[in-house]
Design a protein around this ligand. Structure first.
Ligand code: 5GP
Ligand code: MN
Ligand code: MN
Length: 329
């Protein structure tokens, strides 16, 4: 049970005056949903909260927050003021200094708590960290934390936890979809969450450029000889021409993984000239967390990523070779 470790967080959290909430660079539905859930809960307890992320809060996920003025992106005077005023920091959905950009220098480990569902890396940003890889999403742990406090789950927190679960389970389709996850989702529905509304906001509408990006990416679909490794490449010029943001790339690698016979799917996205983000997805035959770590990244066994200072052109063959090696065992 994760109740025991989470219990250690309640006393410091509920005794705080002002808590800043953080998640990893290029925030996703789990990180922001978890932030939204904690924010509404702590505010209900009369505790001040601020959301300070190392990269801009994604527009497409703004709906998850009960108040937009909670957000101050790192580097703004508002973010500095919040970080200076806060007596406690809570990092959600990562524990690694390398995943929180410029925040790593701003958080005093002695005043930083972590709630995360990734396997622990070498370095952890907070002195009190609860890391449970058996949780499908950080949002599932946050839901447990709120119920552990004995508090009713506010509706805004239910929305955050639900968005977190939907995001990290691929809408309740991936292997991390446990009976517990569905039970929590059912509970969140009872609290007023409408799955159709969330689906529409998260997936059923997207800017036109997102489909144009998909078209460009699909045109590069490639595989190794026996089709066990598949990949797509989006060069920097293409992303820049379309004005694609980080969120536009979410889910692209699923198209590669869906190709029959694919064991490992790769998406290479040049974030700027000479820098490439790799997304790795496995059907189980290879541990992509281990492969991502070879390139300075990490993640989960079936979904991982890395940011490498190298153009896609030279990086692609090196990563494909590393995956081939992993598949040979
Ligand atoms: P995505 O491919 O969707 O960006 O990331 C998949 C998973 O890989 C994320 O949930 C996260 O756990 C992990 N991940 C992605 N990029 C990085 C990275 O640069 N470093 C580490 N340590 N993990 C990453
Ligand atoms: Mn995440
Ligand atoms: Mn997550």
């Amino acid at each position: 049970s994760r109740a025991f470790p989470l219990r250690r967080l309640l006393q410091p959290l509920l005794a705080a005056r002002h808590v800043t909430l953080h998640t990893h660079v290029q925030a996703d539905g789990d990180g922001t949903g978890s932030q939204a859930a904690v924010a509404a809960w702590l505010e209900g307890r009369g505790i001040r909260v601020s959301v300070v992320n190392p990269t801009p809060f994604p527009d497409s996920l703004r709906f998850v927050l009960h108040r937009q003025d909670l957000v101050a992106d790192l580097g703004t005077p508002e973010a500095d003021a919040a970080l200076d005023d806060a007596d406690l920091h809570l990092v959600l959905d990562t524990s690694e200094p390398g995943r929180i950009g410029g925040l790593a220098q701003r958080l005093d480990p002695a005043r930083t708590l972590v709630v995360d569902h990734h396997p622990a890396g070498r370095e952890v940003v907070g002195e009190v960290a609860v890391q449970d890889p058996s949780a499908a999403a950080t949002g599932e742990m946050v839901y447990d934390l709120i119920t552990l406090a004995g508090d009713p789950v506010p509706r805004a927190s239910a929305l955050g936890a639900y968005v977190a679960l939907v995001s990290d389970t691929g809408s309740f389709r991936y292997g991390n979809t446990t009976p517990r996850v569905l039970a929590v989702a059912a509970e969140l529905m009872t609290l007023g969450i409408d799955p159709e509304v969330v689906y529409r906001r998260l997936f059923a509408t997207a800017p036109r450029r997102r489909l144009e990006l998909l078209r460009e990416a699909l045109a590069t679909l490639d595989s190794d000889e026996d089709g066990r490794i598949g990949w797509m490449v989006v060069p920097h010029e293409v992303a820049a021409r379309l004005g694609a943001t980080g969120e536009d790339f979410d889910g692209l690698s699923e198209h590669v993984r869906s190709v029959e016979g694919t064991e490992v799917a790769l998406l290479f996205r040049e974030t700027k000239p000479g820098e490439t983000k790799i997304s790795l997805r496995s059907n189980g035959a290879a541990d992509v967390n281990a492969i991502a770590r070879e390139f300075g990244g990490g993640g989960h066994v079936k979904a991982a990523g890395a940011l490498v200072h190298e153009p896609a052109e030279t990086l692609v063959p090196r990563v494909v070779e590393a995956v081939a090696r992993a598949l040979r065992g």
